[in-house]
Structure formats: C-alpha cells, structure tokens
Design a protein around this ligand. Structure first.
Ligand code: AMP
Length: 307
C-alpha cells in the first residue's frame, strides 16, 4: 500500500450557471483517488456509505486500481449528501445542504496492510476521524497531507486544530485560510497557519491558481485559463489527488518535488472542471496529462536575463 486516502464518498447535487445535476456520485475521497490513480496504482480508501450507494460506483473506483475494501457499507444507512450552487463567476459557491447521515457515527478502522502506507491523504472529513486514522498507523507515513473546509472550522474548530498538529501539508482555499488564521493578508495568514502544525501550506485560489508556503519560501502555480469551466466541484480534491499521487509515485518529499507535484495537481484540477462531477477524470490518457502539464510549462515560461 503506497497511498491511503480517507475522505467522503458521497452523493452531490450541483447547480452551476450551465446546468444542474441530481444526486451524482462525488465526495472528496472519490475525486482524490481518481486523480491519484493516474500516478500510483497502490491506493486504498477508508470511508463509509449507506446501502443506497451504487455498487457500480465502487466498481468504477476498483477499475482505477483503488482498493475499496475500507469503504464500509452501512445497511439501512444513507450516504453523505452535499448540495451546492455556484455563482456566475464559478469561483464562489453556496452550500445548500450538508447531510452527514452515515458519516455522523463513523469510526474508521485501518486494516493491517494499510497501517504502513507511506503516503496518507486526509481528505475533507470530520477532523476527529482524520486524526483517528493517523493514530492507527503503525509507523508515521513519509508524508501526511490534509484538506479541510470552512464547514469543519465552523462546527469543530478545536478538533481541527488538534489534527493540524499532526500533519505535514495542509491544503485550504484563501477564504478558509483567512477564517482559520483571523488574518486578511494571505501571507500573514500563511505565516500563522505554519505555526499550527503543518510545515507546508497550499492555499488554493480557484481560477487564480495556488500558492505553496514553506518557511519563508513561496511557490506559485497558475490555473490554466480554460475556455470551458463547467463544474468546479471536486477541483480542490483532484488537485490534492494529483499532488499526493505524484509525490507517492516519486517518493521524494523535498520542497523542489512538491513544486512539481503542485503543477500535476493543478493539471488534474483543470481536467476536473471541464465536465460535470467526476466524468472528465474517468478516462484520461497519459498523453492528455502530458500535454496539459506542457500547457502549464508554456504558460509561465519566459526569458529574462538580469545583468
Ligand atoms: P471540492 O470542490 O474539491 O471542495 O470538493 C467537493 C466535494 O467535497 C463534493 O464531492 C462533496 O461531496 C464533498 N464535501 C462537501 N462538503 C463536505 C464536508 N463538509 N465534508 C466532507 N466532504 C464534503
């Protein structure tokens, strides 16, 4: 086992200015694992669903090499449900509903063979569940990456701060960074968050790219200017999946390699937003990924020689 992911496997109902969907399969762990599957095949998910969750969708994950044995199916239970509506700029969204359902009393169990995973991705989920997974590992993974969101800052801030102390990399968006730190300036927010536990902080800025902070160093990855942005749902998770999938495939946890991982993460996010839900992540080719990464290189490459 190389990459262990904990996170939601969910039903989502999404509204964008271009259309609306009714209960499609989503969830943080779904997007993360699909994106990561293009980099590493030895991955597994720990999550929970109800018996309303389609077996074909678990099969879809398995066909991407994801071990779904750790996704507990609660008989008579209902799967986590989230619904959101995007504003016209597609960069901001309103959550219309979050129904925890089977997630409310989920106690994750890390299987023996997963306890030595080298890369641990804590997808967006109850911070106490994220922590319980770290505590069950037999030895500390080489890298622990954690994602979270404002919902957990609103209802479980103390637990969230406890989990933060145990991770290496935190990924959040700019508004969440402001909420968590109480600072308006993104740079001040980053400095403060880096004292809370993580040694690396990724601040995602949607169509304006992402920043990686470490000590006094900063790295910036743009987002690709795309003609079609259909549905941003899962972009953050696809980013995280590409990021940790690349890290797990190279097994190099240096800051220099993290910069490359951020570009691969951004490439996976750029695919994700081109279609509704997980659709665009289902059948990518290596050539498409390579071409997309080349687009990123071309976008920011310039020659200046300073005497
Ligand atoms: P993203 O657009 O990358 O932030 O993630 C969207 C996914 O996160 C959706 O598929 C939702 O099912 C899932 N999600 C939404 N709210 C939560 C929450 N409070 N906890 C965990 N997952 C969530």
């Amino acid at each position: 086992m190389s990459l262990l992911t904990v996170g939601t496997v969910a039903f989502d109902a999404i509204e964008t200015p271009f259309g609306k969907t009714d209960r499609i399969v989503g969830g943080a762990a779904t997007y993360i694992s699909l994106a990561a599957s293009y980099f590493t095949k030895k991955t597994a998910i720990i999550s929970v669903v109800g018996d309303d969750f389609p077996e074909e969708s678990l099969g879809m994950l398995r066909s991407h090499g994801v071990d779904t044995g750790g996704i507990k199916v609660v008989q008579g239970g209902k799967t986590f449900f989230w619904s959101g509506r995007y504003r016209n700029d597609m960069n901001s969204r309103d959550t219309l509903a979050t129904e925890l359902n089977v997630l409310a009393d989920f106690a994750p169990v890390v299987a023996e063979e997963q306890k030595e995973a080298d890369f641990l991705m804590l997808g967006n989920l109850t911070p106490a569940i994220q922590r319980s997974v770290i505590e069950q590992m037999r030895r500390r993974p080489k890298l622990i990456v954690m994602d979270t969101m404002n919902f957990w800052m609103d209802i479980a801030l103390d637990e969230l701060k406890e989990t933060l102390k145990l991770v290496d990399v935190l990924t959040i968006n700019d508004e969440e960074a402001r909420q968590l730190s109480g600072e308006f300036s993104i740079v001040k927010a980053a400095q403060k968050i880096l004292t809370m536990g993580p040694k690396y902080l990724v601040i995602k800025k949607g169509e304006h790219g992402a920043l990686l902070f470490h000590g006094t160093s900063v790295f910036f990855a743009p987002a690709l200017p795309l003609e079609e942005v259909f549905d941003p749902t899962g972009a953050g998770d696809s980013f995280a999946g590409g990021f940790i999938g690349y890290m797990a495939s190279t097994r190099d946890i240096s800051f220099e390699n993290m910069k490359r991982a951020i570009i691969f993460g951004s490439a996976m996010a750029s695919f994700c937003v081109e279609k509704f839900g997980t659709e665009r992540l289902l059948h990518l080719t290596q050539e498409e990924i390579d071409n997309r990464v080349q687009d990123f290189i071309d976008l920011v490459q310039f020659d200046i020689s300073l005497e």
